[in-house]
Design a protein around this ligand. Structure first.
Ligand code: S3P
Length: 188
């Protein structure tokens, strides 16, 4: 008797048909690897890659830490909402979002309505190791990264869980994460 293979413990497999060629939007906490994985995923799919944080910085003409410092988080979220709405104009592409984007109700609605969201999930301890390599994140400045990430995971994971696909991005190389996404999308 033929048996279907057991589902990978790391990936909740959706029906591949649900992707439908929409923009693929990577969501998840800081340090999950959204930009690195997104760039590599885009190459493998032959699609353009866009980093929403970079687009926000060019639209504002200043860095994210400067936006937070001068205008505050609410102003940043407004810009983020507009930029993501513009990026989701129907063109096929891979989009990496900042960690808070999918938690904003209107941004999340846009992403869920017009794109295919993929949650890159990793434990706070893994994320804390990764983010400690750079000091560019205003939410972490001067604070204990592990404590902040544990709290953000508690608050944000229920939102990320609304993405139709969840892929673990633990200590494995980013290419393993890319392959897990491609497999779930029915592309390999
Ligand atoms: C944020 C994450 C950052 C950036 C901003 C706010 C957040 O992006 O958008 O500092 O709220 O988690 P990364 O997730 O790419 O670090």
């Amino acid at each position: 008797m033929l048996q279907s293979p057991p589902p990978s413990p790391d990936t909740a497999l959706p029906d591949p048909m649900r992707w439908g060629g929409q923009p693929i939007v990577l969501v998840g906490l800081m340090g999950a690897g959204k930009s690195t994985v997104g760039r590599r995923l885009a190459i493998r799919l032959g699609l353009p890659f866009v980093d929403a944080d970079t687009e926000i910085e060019s639209a504002a003409g200043m860095s994210i830490p400067d936006i937070f410092e001068r205008f505050g988080e609410a102003y940043f979220r407004d810009g983020e909402r507009r930029v993501i709405a513009r990026l989701m104009n129907g063109d096929r592409r891979v989009i990496a979002t900042g960690g808070g984007a999918f938690v904003d109700d209107r941004t999340r609605e846009t992403i869920l309505a017009r794109g295919f969201a993929v949650w890159l999930d990793a434990k706070p301890s893994v994320l804390a190791d990764r983010v400690s390599r750079r000091d560019t994140r205003p939410l972490l400045r001067g604070r204990d990264p592990l404590a902040v990430l544990e709290e953000l995971a508690r608050v944000r994971n229920p939102f990320y869980a609304m993405a139709p696909l969840r892929v673990s991005s633990h200590r494995a190389p980013h290419d393993a994460t890319v392959n897990a996404i491609l497999k779930a999308l029915g592309q390999i």
